[in-house]
Design a protein around this ligand. Structure first.
Ligand code: ANZ
Ligand code: ZN
Length: 828
């Protein structure tokens, strides 16, 4: 064929690969396994360039590993529950399922048009009852093991729409629909006890050398382990005590106030019937309107109010005023803190604003003790020597820390305490398009889990979609049920699950996607897990990865699999940008993959996106870059066309390895072929430097074009070069390489070929000329083997017959060698 007609080639091979099931993972195989996984997409409607990048990266890895002799599992599926489908349902009055399945069909077509080597038999779709049945099953399993509980928790509430809002529906603190200020409302909701796994989730980050450090740091900060102490302050004129959590008990002689979170139940007791009651109540109401982020942001002005009550410092016996303030969170620690303005920046600011005393209790080492009461310009937050702290004076503050904790423990007013920032995971959503939580409320029996053999709890169709209501509560057929225990009348839970539940175990389902009894069989999971290479956006670096790790560890503890970490290696790909900004609809700077593919073909799109930047870096879109890749593929096409005829003729005469006598040009050609094999193998296999791998292939193409112009061409060498180009390029541009491969007369798929072996001998550069100097003066030029070492070169020079003549009996002091270049003999 003369012309490179990608629009004919690509669909032809895509169909063959799918029909022949070329990329099916083998159930039983002697080959080592390799599990390559891209984060599965949300079916929003169309693929964007971020998807193209993600899936192209994993496809190169999967294809490469297959050619390297692995039994590769490379699946795909759909993270298909969630809010957009429900919003579309309200807007278009079509069921969320219709919208979702239509999008899946479209995106599946687009994926197939990219020629990604998926095992389509393992496709999973989280909104399909066959899948969410097991999401429910997993929920019940966690429930059985005491890792699920119900409690009251605040949700975003729009007073005007009278509805619960997801975080995404709150824009700058207001309802996205009606712009009313969003408040908090307490509802009974379901939680997963991820905090039981906080320590091990932290510790096991150590087991993940194949993860980017930045992701591990993000996880670590999110888990937020904090070592401190809880200390009790007695209340003046009250039975109750205030327990504070502090990481700096060593500063406790510097406490000038104690602060409670506005929601702290003690606040009501303290103010009841006092002159402070009204003002405090107003303050609390105002705080309820603000979410946690707004309240604790360093940007936010610290605000507080005195409650009129006092407590007693257990170490100093001093009387301490009790305040409430916006920056104290009820959900963290004990919801109460001690304020130490001299040693905490936030407290320093607060004390300045409200004229509270600032008392130094730690001085920098070396500061004269006389300066202990000098006014401070800023909080001193470093380590130092204790002052103004009674019996602890003159100690290093960390020693005082230990002694003070000992005292609290001995006297029973406190103890050492480890806290985590990590909260339990609120999985309840007051939404329709999610997996129904499989729980039943019976007046007799209370909360009854749906027996696992009665799953799935199906989403009903007879629901009304209107803004401001959980559609599930509009379905009587769904709500009314019978109690599995007593058979009496009962009511179904109408909350559905956070979609992160669906995505926390999908990688396990791929190992056994058709299992009707269990989410996956242990043997299947044990065989395929863990995922050898996971690739996705850094936006999932915290929650998705943390929840998936939690699920894997818990399911391991329940006995369902043996690995304890789901993802052995993680690659977080960079963004695709245009004009320096991430491509996004809202910025209007998107390039549609479909357009690029129809104009240049999938191979060009893939090649560009892999060539333009290393996978972890951001990638700047460039039309010229795309053109360049397209031209390169055309060049490969023409190169093959020109060789095809000659090669076909000679193919029978020359055996695969029968190169005969090689002239210099042929040797150079072979050397570059094998250098390229070496380069691409390590760039792709060890470092994911796809861009440099592609450049090396491009250079090899150039070299072969030149070689072709030689008066005498060794066809075995040329063919080896051409076939190497094709095989090395195959993971990047799978269609064109497959087409040329078959045109060359091969019956098998290029993608089932073995990856080429680098031939050490071909790398040998035979002889080079080395300059010989005596005391820096050029005396001669000698021919030596190119690969010669410094020691060998020196030995050879010492044996030169004419050496004595040149040195004229003088003593040789040393011989300086630059292998491949020169030798300098220093004499005296
Ligand atoms: C007194 C003190 C003095 C503190 C000092 C710090 C420095 P991490 O490391 O994040 O655990 N704190 C405790 N509970 C809080 C809550 N519910 N809301 C807001 N702040 C809270 O931080 C622990 C420190 O954060 C604690 O130590 C407490 O302030 C504050 F020189 O106690 B510290
Ligand atoms: Zn019952």
């Amino acid at each position: 064929q003369e012309k490179y007609l990608f629009s004919e080639i690509e669909p032809k091979w895509q169909k063959k690969w799918v029909d022949r099931k070329d990329y099916q993972a083998e159930e039983h195989s002697d080959k080592p396994k390799f599990y390559a996984l891209a984060m599965f997409p949300y079916p929003s409607g169309n693929l964007h360039m971020g998807h193209v990048r993600n899936y192209s990266i994993v496809d190169v890895i999967a294809r490469f590993k297959r050619m390297r002799g692995y039994n590769v599992l490379h699946p795909i599926g759909w993270d298909s529950f969630g809010l957009p489908a429900e919003n579309a349902a309200i807007k278009n009055q079509t069921p969320p399922s219709e919208w979702t399945w239509k999008n899946i069909a479209n995106m599946k077509r687009q994926l197939q048009e990219m020629g990604i080597s998926y095992d389509w038999d393992r496709e999973v779709t989280t909104c399909h009852p066959d899948y969410y049945k097991f999401t429910q099953w997993v929920f019940l399993e966690f429930y059985k093991h005491g890792l699920v509980y119900k409690k009251k928790a605040g949700v975003n509430w729009c007073p005007s729409c009278a509805t619960v809002l997801a975080n995404e529906q709150v824009v700058d603190g207001a309802c996205e629909r009606c712009d009313t200020a969003v408040t908090k409302k307490d509802l009974e909701q379901w939680f997963f006890k991820i905090t039981d796994y906080a320590q091990v989730l932290l510790d096991d980050l150590e087991k993940l050398p194949g993860w980017p450090d930045k992701v591990k740091t993000m996880q670590k900060n999110w888990i937020g382990r904090s070592e401190g102490a809880e200390v009790e302050f007695d209340l003046e004129n009250h039975e109750d005590k205030i327990r504070v959590y502090t990481t700096r008990v060593d500063t406790i002689f510097g406490v000038s106030y104690v602060v409670l979170a506005p929601e702290h139940p003690l606040v009501q007791k303290l103010i009841a019937g006092t002159e402070y009651e009204n003002d405090v109540q107003v303050f609390i109401e105002r705080m309820k309107g603000l979410n946690e982020i707004a309240r604790t942001s360093t940007e936010t002005e610290k605000e507080g109010l005195f409650t009129g009550a006092y407590c007693i410092n257990p170490y100093s016996g001093e009387k301490v005023p009790i305040w409430i303030a916006n920056y104290v969170l009820f959900e963290y620690g004990t919801g109460a803190v001690m304020g130490v303005p001299a040693h905490d920046e936030r407290d320093f600011e607060f004390a300045g604003k409200y004229k509270l005393p600032i008392k130094t209790v730690i001085l920098p080492e070396g500061t004269p003790v006389e300066e202990k009461d000098a006014p401070l310009q800023a909080a001193f937050v470093e380590e130092g020597i204790m002052v103004n702290s009674g019996e602890y004076d003159a100690l290093k503050n960390m020693e005082a820390w230990e002694k003070m904790c000992d005292k609290a423990e001995q006297d029973g007013f406190g103890e050492r305490k480890v806290n985590f920032r990590l909260r339990d995971w609120l999985i309840s959503r007051q939404r329709y398009w999610g997996a129904p939580i499989p729980m039943i409320y019976c007046d007799h029996c209370g909360i009854v889990p749906v027996p696992q053999d009665q799953l799935p709890v199906m989403l009903p169709d007879d629901v009304v979609f209107k803004a401001g209501e959980n559609p599930l509560t509009t379905s009587e057929s769904f709500k009314q049920t019978t109690c599995p225990t007593c058979g009496g009348k009962a009511r179904r839970e109408t909350d559905t699950m956070d979609t992160f539940m669906c995505s926390s175990w999908y990688f396990l389902r791929y190992t056994d996607p058709h299992n009707a009894q269990l989410p996956f069989a242990k043997e299947a999971a044990d065989h395929w897990m863990n995922v050898d290479q996971y690739v996705g956006g850094v936006e999932h670096a915290i929650l998705h990865l943390l929840y998936s790790r939690f699920f894997t560890k818990a399911l391991r503890d329940f006995g369902y699999l043996k690995v304890d970490e789901p993802f052995a290696n993680l690659l977080t790909q960079g963004m695709v940008c245009l004009g320096g900004a991430k491509m996004s609809k809202s910025k209007g700077n998107v390039v549609s993959p479909e357009e690029i593919i129809s104009k240049y073909g999938a191979d060009t799109a893939r090649l560009f996106i892999l060539f333009a930047a290393p996978p972890e870096r951001d990638l700047e879109w460039s039309d010229q870059g795309v053109e360049g890749c397209y031209r390169f593929l055309n060049r490969v096409w023409r190169l093959a066309a020109q060789y095809e005829e000659v090669l076909k003729e000679k193919a029978s005469e020359t055996g695969a390895n029968d190169f005969g006598e090689l002239d210099k040009a042929a040797k150079d050609m072979r050397r570059q072929t094998h250098q390229t094999i070496q380069r691409v193998t390590s760039d792709v296999g060890a470092r994911f430097n796809f861009n440099t791998a592609v450049s090396a292939i491009m250079e090899l193409v150039n070299a072969l074009y030149l070689y072709k112009e030689q008066p005498q061409v060794n066809l075995a060498v040329a063919r080896e070069a051409l076939e190497s180009i094709l095989i090395l390029l195959a993971p990047f541009a799978p269609h064109i390489t497959e087409e040329i491969w078959s045109e060359l007369g091969h019956e098998d798929s290029i993608h089932s070929r073995e990856w080429p072996q680098m031939d050490e001998e071909a790398l040998v550069q035979e002889e080079v000329t080395v300059v010989l100097q005596i005391n820096g003066k050029v005396k001669d030029r000698i021919q030596v083997p190119a690969q010669i070492s410094a020691a060998e070169l020196e030995a050879q020079v010492r044996q030169l017959p004419r050496l004595g003549e040149w040195t004229q009996g003088k003593q040789i002091l040393k011989i300086v060698t630059v292998p491949g270049k020169l030798v300098n003999v220093v004499v005296k």
